[in-house]
Design a protein around this ligand. Structure first.
Ligand code: KPL
Length: 318
């Protein structure tokens, strides 16, 4: 099986290493040439925060190239999964045009982005490809250009959102091969027929945790440290519940406990949005808080708390 990973961040390195350890032929495309050269020269190391030995992928086991060289990819005719391991803000028109030009007819996309909007964008650009949404709880942190710390073993659910999820034996066989490939490397993947619900649950979690941790500059667990913080979280949570109800998206009261659980389970994590604002990078707020605002707008409604959070985060950059 061919696995192509686009993006050399923490998840990109983790999935590329996992696929290589499982025996796939792997190509990893990075934004900077420097990183590709380093991976080609030294391979990838995945360290575990638990007491497990590191996973070392030797030099040469992965074809590492800069994204500019994407058109050089070898098309073997075998099943290819293209893992998009970059943030929505980097999933730009230039990259989508590259995919349009370079993908083989049967290539499948596996999209690891936070937020919403990307699946629809990719579907419009690549109407004949299966575009899977993937939601992961893998807590990987990149420590270097070619090494990643796997903070805890998470799990990844993937599936075709909406009507695309009709049963087909070919799709099911391809999904099973992918699951088995990563299982051999200790990465847990499961196919889901309800990936939309999983995506919107994750959107809710990101829409509450990410902007607040970025504004207050705190780790995820510190959201639970005061009544003021918890009440603010609750207000955002309830606003999202109203918007989902308008849009006919399932929303369970029990998600509040799940949200608190994520704050506890990732208590020492700095959210991805906190990391982005700390390093002066643009954030994913447009696809997270903005995703909720747009959803409300589609039903002629407002989501004032999410709109305010979006403005506060966007206003951090001039
Ligand atoms: O997905 C996350 C993120 O930081 O983007 C959470 C779940 C909030 C963990 O930090």
């Amino acid at each position: 099986m061919n696995i192509e990973v686009i993006g050399g961040g923490s998840l990109g390195l983790l999935f590329a290493a996992g696929a290589a350890a499982g025996g796939a032929s792997v190509a990893l495309y990075t934004r900077k040439e420097e990183q590709a050269l380093r991976i080609a020269r030294e391979g990838i190391e995945v360290r575990s925060a638990e007491d497990r030995p590191p996973l070392r992928i030797p030099a040469g086991a992965i074809a590492a190239l800069s994204i500019e060289r994407h058109a050089e990819r070898t098309k073997t005719g075998e099943d290819t999964w293209v893992v998009l391991a970059l943030k929505q803000k980097d999933l730009n028109e230039e990259l989508i045009d590259r995919l349009k030009a370079d993908l083989g007819a049967k290539d499948r996309l596996f999209c690891l982005q936070n937020g919403v909007g990307h699946i629809e964008r990719l579907r419009r650009a690549l109407p004949n490809h299966d575009i899977y949404a993937a939601i992961t709880t893998e807590g990987a942190r990149r420590s270097d250009a070619n090494s990643v710390l796997r903070a805890g073993q998470g799990a990844t659910l993937f599936g075709l959102p909406g009507t695309a999820s009709v049963f087909s034996p070919q799709k099911e066989a391809a999904e099973k091969k992918l699951i088995d490939l990563f299982a051999a490397a200790g990465l847990t993947l499961s196919a889901s027929n309800e990936i939309e619900t999983v995506m919107y649950r994750k959107l809710m979690i990101n829409a509450v945790i990410n902007p607040l941790t970025a504004i207050w500059k705190i780790e995820n667990g510190a959201l639970l440290a005061s009544r003021h913080r918890i009440e603010t979280m609750r207000g955002i949570f309830e606003e999202i519940g109203h918007v989902y109800a308008l849009a006919g998206i399932s929303f369970e009261a029990g998600w509040w406990e799940d949200l608190i659980g994520v704050c506890r389970a990732t208590s020492r994590n700095r959210s991805s949005m906190l990391e982005d604002v700390t390093h002066g990078r643009s954030t994913e707020a447009r696809w997270i808080c903005g995703g909720i605002v747009d959803l409300a707008r589609g039903f002629k409604a407002e989501a004032p708390l999410n709109r305010m959070l979006l403005e506060l985060i966007e206003g951090m950059k001039e």
